[in-house]
Write a protein that binds this ligand. Structure first.
Ligand SMILES: [Zn+2]
Length: 338
């Protein structure tokens, strides 16, 4: 029986707003603001997927995209497109989207927040997809800048912002540097996650012990350390894995499409969810990431749905909203699988 990858219900815990802007939209926003298209490229070659093996080069393009997002309507539009074209149309029922204020220099936090919330409301009205926001710290900035961002989140507190994250290049910003920003967020009741992809493996202990993370974005090297695997099993840490983007970056395996690390994490019984990270930038989407894992690892419908159930359990909705999402997923499962 063929698996209906597109209609299987999905819950998205690892997708970046800036990384999900469609190429045509980037070019239109550049025109709107009278700035040249990034690198003078067109829609067909805006995202040079082969070059994303190099994280610094990937982040350079990512920042160029961030710079064409300037007013509230830009954030409304890009959020809407991420939640519909790259979300609801792929069976995504709920997304916690990473928003990175530092990748939009000169834009007020409030402008970003208002625009993103407007896009979330519109997407929900049109497709039913629900969503929340994780405000992401750029670890290549200073700890003081990270602390300031958390202060802004708290000053403009709203129900949509459920937590903070930490992204950009791990090698340039070890997680321990940001302990004060994370402690401040924890005291304010914000949930915490952080990217750990390129390592070193010891960073996982810092995420858990120092930053108070209950989720880890990527985290493939957990399976290199049996003690850490046991600890994460015990603590129920949720890992938001992104097969295609991490395969290109050679983090989740050897870049050979075999996804050995994800397979080992699933085999160990760790709580794994699947998402697309920066879908158009890596030439993927939520349907494709499910299909890729089926093709590489033979995961059947039941295993793919297990990723979705884990994402429901690991998401940061309150318990009543989580129960509603759980039943929405169950309803969709019976339709999706016939
Ligand atoms: Zn990511």
């Amino acid at each position: 029986m063929s698996i209906p990858f597109a209609t299987l219900p999905k819950v998205s815990l690892h997708c970046h707003l800036t990384g999900s802007v469609l190429p045509g939209t980037v070019l239109e926003l550049a025109r709107k603001h009278g700035v040249p298209a990034p690198d003078g490229r067109g829609a067909h070659d805006l995202y040079d997927i082969d070059s994303h093996e190099d994280l610094d080069e990937f982040l350079r393009v990512y920042d160029l995209v961030g710079r064409v997002m300037r007013d509230a309507d830009d954030f409304r539009r890009t959020t809407y497109e991420s939640l519909t074209t790259l979300g609801a149309e792929h069976g995504v029922l709920y997304r916690e989207i990473f928003v990175s204020p530092p990748s939009h220099p000169g834009v007020a936090y409030r402008t970003i927040l208002d625009g993103v919330r407007a896009g979330m409301r519109e997407a929900k009205a049109d497709t039913g997809i629900d969503s929340r926001i994780i405000m992401a710290i750029n670890r290549e900035d200073t700890p003081a800048a990270a602390f300031d961002l958390v202060e802004q989140v708290i000053a403009h507190r709203c129900d949509e912002v459920v937590g903070i994250g930490l992204d950009y290049a791990e090698i340039h910003g070890p997680p321990g540097l940001f302990h004060e920003a994370f402690a401040r967020a924890g005291r304010a009741g914000l949930r915490r996650t952080a990217h750990s992809e390129s390592g070193p493996p010891g960073n996982l202990a810092i995420l858990l012990d120092v930053l108070g993370c209950t989720r880890v974005d990527h985290g493939y090297h957990v399976v290199d350390d049996p003690d850490m695997t046991a600890r994460c099993l015990d603590a129920g840490i949720v890992f938001t894995c992104t097969p295609v983007s991490s395969d290109i970056g050679r983090y989740s395996g050897s870049g050979n499409g075999k996804h050995e690390k994800i397979a080992a994490m699933v085999e160990a019984g760790l709580r794994v969810t699947i998402d697309s990270d920066d879908p158009p930038m890596f030439g993927t989407d939520p349907t494709n990431d499910f299909r890729i894992l089926h093709e590489a690892l033979g995961y059947d419908t039941e295993q793919l749905l297990a990723f979705t159930r884990t994402a429901v359990d690991g998401c940061w909705l309150d318990e009543s909203d989580k129960a509603a999402l759980r039943s929405a997923v169950a309803d969709r499962m019976s339709v999706g699988t016939g």
